[in-house]
Structures are given as C-alpha cells and as structure tokens.
Design a protein around this ligand. Structure first.
Ligand SMILES: NC(=O)c1ccc[n+]([C@@H]2O[C@H](COP(=O)([O-])OP(=O)(O)OC[C@H]3O[C@@H](n4cnc5c(N)ncnc54)[C@H](O)[C@@H]3O)[C@@H](O)[C@H]2O)c1
Length: 436
C-alpha cells in the first residue's frame, strides 16, 4: 500500500501513477473538500481527468482520506505538500513538518518515506530524519528515507509524471535502493543519486537554471527595447543554432509555485553559510521588475493616445501564470493588475481558464471576450497567451494592444496599434531604461 500526503498538482498525478501501476493508494490530505471531491470522482487538477480518478476509486485502488491514522496502513509514503516562502522570503517548512509528524505518529518498521516537496539541501536529513526516528526507528535499517524531486510541468502535453525521469537520493545507500525500486514500478526511468542533498540540489539547479535564463532574456528584451530591435526575431534566429543555445522567452514576469520561489530556498540556505548566490539575486531582481516595466509601457502607450492611466479602462488578457493552465499562484498578472489599479485604472480581465479568483480579500470576475469589450477598452494587455484566445479578433476590435508575449505575431493587419514587450523603434526606450 502506497500513501501520498498532499493531493495537489504533484501528489494527485503521482497517486494516479501508483494506482495505474496496480498499487493500492491512500491519498491523505488535510483538505476535506479535496478529499470529498476526489472520492466523488471529481479531479481539481487540470492534468488529471475526473474519469481517471473515478476509475481508480471504483476499482478500489485509490482512496482519498483526511484521517491521518490511515497512513499506518502504508508500506511507503510520499510527501507532496507546499513549501512556500514566508513574508521575509525565508523557507516556510511548516507544511513539511506537519506532514512528517503525521507520518511519524503512524510510522512502522519497514516503511519508506520519500519527500517530494521542493526544498533546500539538508531538509530530508535535518527536518525529516529526527522526526521519523522519534519512536526509536533507525533510518537505513528500520525505516527508509529519501528525497525525490517532482518535475511535473502542468499543462505539458508530452512530459508527465510517468515519462519524466525521476531523481532519487536516499539517506543511506539502502534507502536509495528501496526508493528506486518503488518508483521504478510506476515511473519509466529512475535516476539514483548518492545522497538526499544531491537530489534536493538537483531540483534547485533545474529551477534556478530557468529563473536565471528567463532573467537573461528579460534583460535582453530591455536591451532590444533600447536598441529598437525586435527581441522575438533575435531569439528565434538564435534558436536556429543547433548546439549551445537553449530558447527562453521574455515576458511580464515569472509565476507558479516553482520558478519564483525555489531559487530562494537555495539563496536562504547559502546565506546561512555566509555565501551570497549572486546569479539568483540578479535574476530575481530583473524578473520581479518586469510587471513594473510592463505597466510603464502601458502608461506610455496610453500617453501617446493622449490618455492617462488614471481613469483608463484596461483589459488584461490572461491571468494564469502561464499559457493553457488555470494556476494563478505568483502570477505576474496579479502585479500588473495591482500596479494599474494603484494608478487609478479601471481594470478588467478575461481568462478562459480562470473565470474568477480571489486576491487580497477581493473577488475578481472575468469578463467575456467580445468585440464590444475590446472596443470599449482604452488598452488591452496580453499578459498570458492562452491558445484558446482569438488574437485576430483582439487585434481587429481593440484600439491599443500591449503584447507582452508576442501572441499577435501571426495576426493580419488590423485596427489595433500593437505595442510589443520590446520596442520595434528606439523612441522612448531610453526613458524605459532610465527607470531600471
Ligand atoms: N505545482 C508544480 O508545478 C510543482 C512542480 C514541481 C514541484 N512542486 C513542489 O511540490 C510541492 C507541492 O506542490 P503542489 O503544487 O502540488 O501544491 P498544492 O498546493 O497543489 O497541493 C498541496 C496539497 O497538500 C495539502 N496539504 C497541505 N498540508 C498538508 C498536510 N500537513 N497533510 C496533508 N496534506 C496537506 C493541501 O491541502 C493540498 O491539497 C511543493 O514543494 C512544490 O514546490 C510543484
């Protein structure tokens, strides 16, 4: 019997993989609402169809529960709970601690415990091991403990939990072996490493690599803006190089539970060792300034139309943090909307994946994307380029479009004046850079 603690974006797909491989799976989650929905055959995760959950529940292979003691029935338990940052950008380990304590209270000899939540190097050994050993069980002989980072990419049609290689590192070689043996039964390719610290750092390297490269192309967008060069053309042409280049695209900022947060776990850990992670800090600085850069672009474009941001009606297109998903966590759209509202704009949004959302106690309800809505907006800002949006219709009916994602690249000549993320002429660009 396999247990999964935390049935979110990571835990539910993993639970389904174990169930599909023939294991009996108990999914433990503190959210009664999530548990009830899953037992009713309804999935809350876009990448997991409800039919799949219903099938596994009916077959008796998957059971969601909010009863902690059920973890005692499991031979192996994987933890996939959130690892957010505190307000001071320090790791918030409270979810991992609570999940580990729940397992420790129900732990028995022979059990394998695997942490999947992204975290700083040292967590498995320093935070989990003492808790799991509290009842006198010794790691490596009585219980087995490992870290295995999740690499799920929500909305990715090609790479999912089963066919994405999975890294596993145990506290002892036996721990690595036991965890590798388990995951090999439901994941196509398992990659063992020699320690939990290596496995923890693998995940942070992967996401820091993304954060730094996105920071680089965001800076390249600002550079192109100053030079009056089309940043998309430069990137696409560079990407024709068949070796030594990997394409990243600029945008209004970074979002999701991973890229904006994970590098800070490493930066925090290294601060405790008196080392400053300069690449992380610089990428974070550039990426987090992008919403402000976009809002200044909107202000200048409105100014060209003899309008102020204050009182202008601005339609934000796409609020999820990336295309074709519904996840709003850390979305740069939230910053763009807040900055516009602070400047007095009348902000609306449309997102086919997010009909409504709550932020800071406010309820936001999306508007329908109609020719009338577009025509009555003083500016339309494409923040997230969902595939389901008709950009030709946007370009045909809006007066002014600020396109931060190059979504209108393939639209035909239209009514709208389209302002790209990076200026296609140098005018005003210097003004932009002066602020950064
Ligand atoms: N979302 C991604 O794309 C992604 C990708 C790779 C890694 N990760 C990492 O995986 C971890 C989980 O992220 P997620 O996106 O799945 O989170 P999530 O918020 O979607 O799901 C977490 C679930 O854990 C439950 N939970 C919280 N505390 C609990 C507890 N003490 N006991 C039982 N259940 C508890 C919550 O109710 C929720 O259902 C994080 O560390 C994240 O960084 C996420």
């Amino acid at each position: 019997m396999v247990g999964i603690v935390g049935l979110g974006y990571v835990g539910l797909p993993l639970a389904m993989e174990f169930a599909k491989a023939g294991f009996r799976v108990i999914g433990y989650d503190v959210s009664k609402r999530t548990v009830d929905a899953l037992m009713g055959g309804t999935s809350h995760i876009q990448d997991v169809p409800s039919s799949e959950v219903a099938e596994q529940v009916q077959a008796g292979r998957f059971e969601a529960t909010a009863v902690e003691a059920r973890l005692g029935e499991c031979d192996a338990v994987s933890i996939a709970v959130p690892t957010p940052l505190s307000k001071t950008r320090d790791p918030d380990m409270s979810y991992v601690q609570q999940a580990t304590d729940a397992i420790a209270r129900n732990c028995r000899p022979g059990m394998l415990v695997v942490l999947e939540s992204t975290t700083y190097p040292g967590t498995t050994r320093e935070v989990l091991q003492p808790r799991i050993e509290e009842k006198g069980l010794k790691t490596g002989t009585d219980v087995f403990l490992a870290f295995s980072p999740e690499r799920v990419d929500p909305g990715n049609p090609k790479w999912h939990t089963k066919n994405t290689p999975k890294v596993v590192g145990g506290v002892t070689p036996d721990c690595t072996e036991v965890a590798t043996a388990l995951y090999s039964m439901c994941i196509d390719h398992v990659v063992p490493v020699t320690s939990t610290e290596s496995a923890e750092l693998v995940k942070l390297l992967e996401n820091t690599f993304r954060a730094v490269n996105i920071g680089l192309v965001n800076e390249m967008a600002i550079v192109c803006d100053k030079l009056g060069v089309d940043v998309w053309e430069v990137i696409d042409a560079a990407a024709t190089k068949p070796f030594g280049f990997m394409k990243f695209t600029p945008g209004p900022g970074i979002g999701g539970h991973c890229i904006p947060l994970d590098p800070h776990y490493l930066a925090w850990k290294m601060r405790t060792l008196n080392y400053k992670t300069r690449f992380i800090d610089l990428a974070s600085e550039i990426n987090s300034e992008m919403p402000e850069y976009v809002v200044r672009k909107i202000a200048r474009a409105l100014n060209d139309d003899r309008k102020a941001v204050n009182g202008s009606r601005v339609l934000v297109l796409g609020v999820a943090y990336k295309k074709d998903i519904e996840d709003m966590r850390e979305s740069p759209a939230l910053d763009v909307m807040r900055l516009l509202e602070e400047r007095g704009a009348d902000v609306r949004y449309h997102d086919p994946h997010v009909p409504r959302f709550r932020e800071d106690g406010h309820e936001f309800v999306g508007v329908a994307l109609t020719p009338e809505e577009l025509a009555s907006s003083d500016a339309v800002v494409i923040v997230t380029d969902h595939s389901g949006v008709d950009y030709q219709m946007v370009a045909d009916h809006a007066g002014l479009v600020i396109d931060t994602r190059n979504a209108t690249a393939r639209t035909k000549a239209s009514r709208a004046r389209i302002v790209p993320l990076a200026a296609s002429d140098a005018s005003g660009a210097e003004q932009e850079l002066a602020h950064l």
